[in-house]
Each structure stands twice: as C-alpha cells, then as structure tokens.
Ligand binder design. Structure first.
Ligand SMILES: Nc1ncnc2c1ncn2[C@@H]1O[C@H](COP(=O)(O)OP(=O)(O)OP(=O)(O)O)[C@@H](O)[C@H]1O
Ligand SMILES: O=C(O)c1ccc[n+]([C@@H]2O[C@H](COP(=O)([O-])O)[C@@H](O)[C@H]2O)c1
Length: 202
C-alpha cells in the first residue's frame, strides 16, 4: 500500500493541511493518508492537550474515506520526533511504502531533524507549497525530496488561534465540526475557560 503520512501539531487542523493532503493523495496515487498529530512537540511552547488536537483531527478527516488518524505520536511518551513516527508506522504496516508530506516551512528546517539520514531510508519526502514560504530542496541525502505545488491556502493554525482569541470568525478556515469543537471546549479563547493555552505566535 502507498501510505501518505501527514505529521503536524494540528492546533487546530485547518483547510491548508486538508487540501495539501488531498492533493498529494490524488497526484501520487496514495491509497491512504494517515494524519499523525504530534505528542509533545519539543520545538513549540504551550501547545493544546494532545487529546483535543487528536479529536479535532478525527473530526476534520472523518468524511474522507482515504484519510485516517494515528495515535502513534501522542501515545509515545517523551518528545515527538519523526524518526520515531516512521519507525512505528513501518513496524505497524510492514510492506507499505511511506510518503511523508511536509509544507515548505517545515521542509526548510528538515536537515536539523533527528536522525536525518535514516529518515530518508524509511520514507519518500514530498514538500508542498505554502503561501509566504519558498519551496526549495534543502539538499537531502538519498532520494531527496519531491517538490509539489498545491492550491494556495493562506491559513495557519497560529492565525486561527489568534482569531478565536480576538473573537473573530474561523468559519471556512477550518471544517465546521472543528469550529464547533473549539467553541464547545473554549479552546484558544481569551478567558481560557476550559482548555487550550493560547501561546505567543511565531
Ligand atoms: N496552509 C498550508 N499549506 C500547506 N502546508 C501547510 C499549511 N499549513 C500547514 N502546513 C504544513 O502542515 C504541517 C503541519 O503544520 P502545523 O500543524 O504546524 O500547522 P501550522 O499552520 O504551521 O501551525 P502554526 O501556525 O501553529 O505553526 C507542516 O508540514 C506544515 O508545513
Ligand atoms: O523529527 C524532528 O526532529 C522534527 C522536528 C520538527 C518537526 N518535525 C515534524 O514535522 C511535522 C510538522 O511539524 P510542525 O511543528 O510544523 O507542526 C510534525 O510531524 C513534526 O513531528 C520533526
């Protein structure tokens, strides 16, 4: 099986993530794209609890029969690294060919990722366009990375959180069910009533 892997903090998941995954699924003939919410992203502060991010990802992907969600990163104790994500998925799904999908901003940092050489033995890497970021091959070992243009969605999780904090709408930036989930649990709200610690923005 050709398995796409869409890793992310997803705080919250938005249509930029979903469009990128859908486009790559179709263009690369992937049988499935598994969304993998990070457990404890060591490189980001004040991230919302993993269960909220996981459930929002489940809600957002539920209507697409080719999309699934994995708990491998959130169930693994300690910091989240993609090398562990790919090792665990390889062990769970022997024989599958993995395609790790990453936006242009994350791709630009990829040479600093843990065990970078082994990463490219475990998966193909597909870098996708993202408004405001240059898409370039960072000079990867092995097979390198395939660069892929996808429909431009100028959406970020940071902006969605900021909007909620300012009581501005996020309708149509994220799926309806995710808006409703955020409202239900008061995520990102200025009063921080139940959960979700808004953070400073990068
Ligand atoms: N609008 C977008 N278009 C294309 N790729 C995206 C877009 N938003 C995020 N991505 C990619 O999706 C993956 C997960 O992103 P992430 O969950 O960190 O979202 P984000 O919007 O970048 O969040 P934040 O604003 O909190 O940094 C990364 O590889 C990122 O580059
Ligand atoms: O493995 C690493 O060293 C590493 C460093 C930074 C980011 N990542 C992964 O890149 C994906 C996107 O991360 P982010 O921070 O843009 O949400 C997510 O799956 C992270 O686990 C991985």
């Amino acid at each position: 099986m050709r398995l796409g892997v869409m890793g992310g903090t997803f705080d919250p998941i938005h249509h930029g993530h979903l469009v990128a995954a859908s486009e790559v699924q179709a263009l690369f003939g992937l049988d499935e794209v598994v969304f993998v919410p990070t457990g404890q992203p060591w490189h980001k502060d004040g991230v919302s609890p993993a269960e909220h991010r996981y459930l929002m990802t489940v809600i957002a992907t539920a209507s697409n029969p080719r999309f699934t969600v994995s708990r491998v990163d959130i169930d693994r104790p300690g910091d989240t690294y993609t090398i562990d994500t790919l090792r665990d998925l390889t062990a769970q799904r022997p024989g599958d060919e993995l395609f790790f999908i990453t936006g242009a901003d994350a791709l630009a940092e990829i040479l600093s990722w843990k065990n970078v050489a082994e990463l490219f033995e475990l998966a193909h890497f597909i870098g996708v366009t993202r408004p405001g970021h240059e898409l370039a091959d960072p000079g990867l070992p092995g097979n390198g990375v395939t660069l892929q243009e996808v429909p431009a969605m100028a959406i970020s999780s940071t902006d969605c959180r900021d909007r909620v904090g300012r009581s501005e709408p996020i309708w149509y930036l994220v799926p309806d069910g995710v808006v409703q989930y955020i409202n239900k649990y008061h995520l990102y709200a200025a009063d921080r009533a139940i959960a979700g610690r808004p953070r400073n923005h990068t």
